[in-house]
Each structure stands twice: as C-alpha cells, then as structure tokens.
Design a protein around this ligand. Structure first.
Ligand code: CU
Ligand code: ZN
Length: 188
C-alpha cells in the first residue's frame, strides 16, 4: 500500500521531473534526474519498520544504489505530526521493546554525530523529516554517504525513527528522544 502510494506520487514523475525528489532541506545531487531508471540497477535494500512498545509508527523504506549515493524512499505512518529524526543504527536487532537492542548510530568511521549535510557525521545520520497532519511522511532523497556494499554497508543494520527531532549537535545521538519504530535493513 505504502509503496504503491509512493510510486503514484513519485515513480512516474521522477522520470521527467526533479520535483518529487527532495531531501530534508539540502540540495539533491546533480545529474541524477535525467536517467533515473538506468541509475537504479545497483544493489537494493528494504526495511519494514515496526512500532516499538507504546507507539504506532510504521512504514516501509527502500534503499537503491545510484551513481552519487543511495536513494532513500519512504512511506511512513502512525506518527505524531511534526519533526522526527531517523538514523541507521549499528545492530540489526529490534527485539527490545524500546529498540535499545539496535545499539548506537552506525558509525564505522568513528566520527562525531551530526546532520546529514554536516562536515562530520555518523554514517547513519539521516537527519530529520516532517510528518504531516495525518501522521504520514513520504520521503525521496539521495544520501551520498550511505552504501549497500563493502565494509560500510548498511545491510544488516537497523533503521530507527525517533519521537523527536535531531538537533545535529548533541552527542552521541542528537537528543532525538525515544525510538518509536525499528526495522532491520535487508538486501532485496
Ligand atoms: Cu536513531
Ligand atoms: Zn549520529
């Protein structure tokens, strides 16, 4: 359901228009929009996000290797309207009721926490997104740091959505609040 909704909103449009692809405030990479279909032949991954205890947030996120990084497409729901942080966390284990089992942010380069466009960031620092009045969010952006291959691959890690916003500054996790949804990133 969520994927088909996303496809309706973005799939066809992205062939001809850049308007559907946007990130959280920065500028999408150049040169990607003219031949999106050809760019999507690399490794792919998917996450089914499930709510943690006491929360309702859920959704599906796909990761597709493109020339200048990884394209992230998400259909999320069950959120409180407003700003939420999301990150790739180190451990692919969502079994704890509060998803604490997923560990800290995925940080193979040993750098400080930051925002997606910061000079220094954890590899897993995807920043913030905004849920609408219905508690839904539809995202489509390219992150130049993520990888689906090699030692820094995010496959087998977890993706977590937080109750609050990431301030991109507070160490080690941006003061993002409780973990409200979690899923393991699986190769597709
Ligand atoms: Cu997180
Ligand atoms: Zn971080």
């Amino acid at each position: 359901m969520k994927l088909s909704k996303l496809a309706l909103a973005c799939g066809l449009l992205s062939l001809v228009a850049a308007g559907c692809i946007s990130n959280r405030g920065g500028t999408p990479g150049d040169g990607i929009f003219g031949n999106q279909v050809e760019q999507q032949s690399g490794p792919k991954a998917i996450v089914h996000l499930n709510p943690t205890q006491g929360h309702k947030a859920n959704g599906i996120v796909t990761f597709t290797t493109v020339t200048n990084g990884v394209r992230v497409q998400a259909g999320l729901m069950g959120l409180d309207p407003g700003t939420h942080a999301f990150h790739v966390h180190e451990i692919g284990d969502c079994s704890a009721p509060d998803a604490s089992s997923a560990g800290p942010h995925f940080n193979p380069t040993g750098t400080p926490h930051g925002g997606p466009e910061s000079a220094h960031r954890h590899l897993g620092d995807l920043g913030n997104f905004t849920a609408d009045a219905n508690g839904e969010a539809h995202l489509d952006f390219i992150d130049s740091h993520l990888s689906l291959t090699g030692t820094n691959s995010i496959i087998g890690r977890s993706l977590i959505v937080h109750a609050g916003a990431d301030d991109y500054t507070t160490q080690p996790a941006g003061n993002s609040g409780p973990r409200i949804a979690c899923g393991v990133i699986q190769k597709q």
